[in-house]
Each structure stands twice: as C-alpha cells, then as structure tokens.
Design a protein around this ligand. Structure first.
Ligand code: AMP
Length: 278
C-alpha cells in the first residue's frame, strides 16, 4: 500500500489522464470498522485500484468537543487497510487541505434545512468543502459512501450530478452488528450499557416501519418509534420522515420513504435511518 501524506506528493501517474486502471475512492475519518471495510470491498469489486482517505475534517464539526473527542487510531487503521489490499491511502494534514481561508461557502438549499443540515449548522458546507477538494485531488472514477449517512450520500450525489462531476457516486448499505446497531466510529466512545441502549435506535426504526406497513400513516409510525425511544429514556434530537430519494417532504411522487433519527447516548451523537416503500 502506498501512503500519501501531502497533496503535492500525489502521484502524477495516478491522475485520471495518466492512469491505466479505474480508480475507486473511499473517503473516511478513520477509526475504521466493518462499515468502512464494506465500502472498500465494494470499491475493490467495481474498480481496478482503490484509494482510501483518512482525515478528520474540522469544518464539518459544529461542536469542537465532538471534533476533539473523535477517535483517532491511525496505526490500527493503516494495518486494516493494508490487510484489505487497499492500493493507496491519503492522510493529509489540516493545513494541507485548508491551505487558506475558503473563498466559497456552500448553501445547499433544502439539505441545509432538515435533519443533519438543520441540527448541525454548517455541517454540509464542511462536508462539501472536504469532499470536493478530495475529488479534485484524487479524480476518482467512482466514490463510495455509506447509506448510514443517508442525507450525506443524497447531498453528494445531487451536487455531483448538478455540477456534472465526472465520477459516479455509489451508495453502500448500512453494516450493522448482530443486534442491529449501525456500526459507527463513535460507538467506540460508548460504555457496555451505552452500546446496549444504542441498539434500541434500530429497534425504534424497525417498529416504525412495521407500523407504517400496517397503517400507512407516517405520523403514527413516527409516534411508535419516538415512544419506543422515550420508554428507553433515550434523548432524541430528531426523528423525521422524507422522500428517501431527494430528502424533500414526501409527496404524491414519492416512491420510497426514509425515517431518519439522531439521538444522544452518553453524550455521544448517533444517527440511523430506515428506508421502505411508500
Ligand atoms: P466516516 O469515517 O464516519 O466519515 O465514514 C466514512 C464512510 O463510511 C461514510 O461514507 C459513511 O457513510 C460510511 N459508513 C460509516 N459507518 C457505516 C456503516 N455502518 N455501514 C456502511 N457505511 C458506513
């Protein structure tokens, strides 16, 4: 595996016009788990070479404490990537990625108004600041994103299509532990009890989906999910529905619904979602 630590060290023969192989890109913030490794395996299946980035992006954190406490285990991560047969890993510094004050700020219309956008002011601006920089440096043919961060995936796909970016955005289904908990780097910060509680997020979403399939009433379905979390004493930040394909309010054209939630467990912010036919 080739390690690249600086923008200026990016191999010229890896750029789109010079390389002979298709290149798959998996952006991450490290503290890798099976969810990340599943993205890498998907990239390896679909592309001839794979590059993974590890960068804890400061601009997408609206909470400094969350940024500082974000797990950082680079040596462990590099071993995992080597074992997966990743070809290149890009681990730039903050100074390299943000070499000067950005001259642009992204205002992403309705994505900023709901769920992660509404609850984490500036989050999606930060996501786009880093992802578009990485796309420009790496010039991948395909980039792989987890559907656990459904709104982020939808945003990046939409923006890439709006701007005719010359790459394909691929979504990869959420990887869960046996008890249904969506894998997340943040789970490392939970105690044994916290992990037990965190699995209730998926239970709540599944109950809400079952309710919807029986009564076809989104408000009722949400109430079922919210009640379940209330009973467990879990603090909900939001529990909302949208059209799964564009993150707008569902309307008569909507085919797939998404229920998305954010909750606080032991001071750790967790998100999850479930998608089903309307
Ligand atoms: P992160 O390191 O948390 O920024 O995540 C990097 C990528 O891995 C993002 O595209 C996430 O959506 C994806 N990812 C994180 N957790 C999971 C999971 N449990 N299943 C699938 N993809 C995931």
């Amino acid at each position: 595996m080739v390690s690249i630590n600086k923008r200026s060290d990016f191999p010229a023969d890896l750029k789109r016009n010079h390389r002979k192989k298709s290149l798959g890109f998996v952006p991450t913030m490290g503290a890798l788990h099976e969810g990340h490794l599943t993205l890498i395996r998907a990239a390896k299946k679909q592309c001839e070479a794979v590059i993974c980035s590890i960068f804890v992006n400061p601009t997408q954190f609206n909470n400094q404490d969350d940024f500082e406490k974000y797990p950082r285990v680079l040596d462990e991560d590099l071993k995992l990537l080597e074992r997966e047969g990743v070809d290149y890993v890009f681990c730039p510094s903050g100074e390299d990625m943000y070499h000067r004050q950005s001259s642009i700020e992204f205002n992403v219309k309705h994505f900023d108004d709901v769920m992660e956008g509404a609850h984490r002011k500036g989050h999606f601006n930060g996501v786009l600041q880093i992802v578009l920089r990485l796309f420009n440096i790496i010039e991948p043919d395909k980039a792989f994103f987890g559907l656990k961060d459904l709104q982020q995936y939808s945003l990046i796909k939409t923006v890439s299509e709006d701007l005719f970016l010359p790459l394909e955005i691929v979504g990869v289904p959420t990887v869960r532990s046996d008890d249904g908990l969506a894998l997340s780097s943040r789970n490392r910060r939970l105690s044994h009890e916290g992990l037990g509680l965190a699995k209730e997020l998926n239970v709540a979403l599944s109950k809400a989906k079952m309710s919807y399939n029986t009564f076809h009433d989104v408000l009722k379905a949400k109430q079922v999910g919210v009640s379940h979390l209330d009973e467990k004493g879990i603090v909900i930040e939001y529990f909302e529905e949208c059209d799964a394909d564009n993150f707008r309010a569902p309307n008569s054209d909507t085919q797939r619904l998404a229920l998305c939630l954010a909750a606080d467990i032991e001071g750790v912010r967790l998100i999850d979602n479930i998608v089903f036919m309307k």
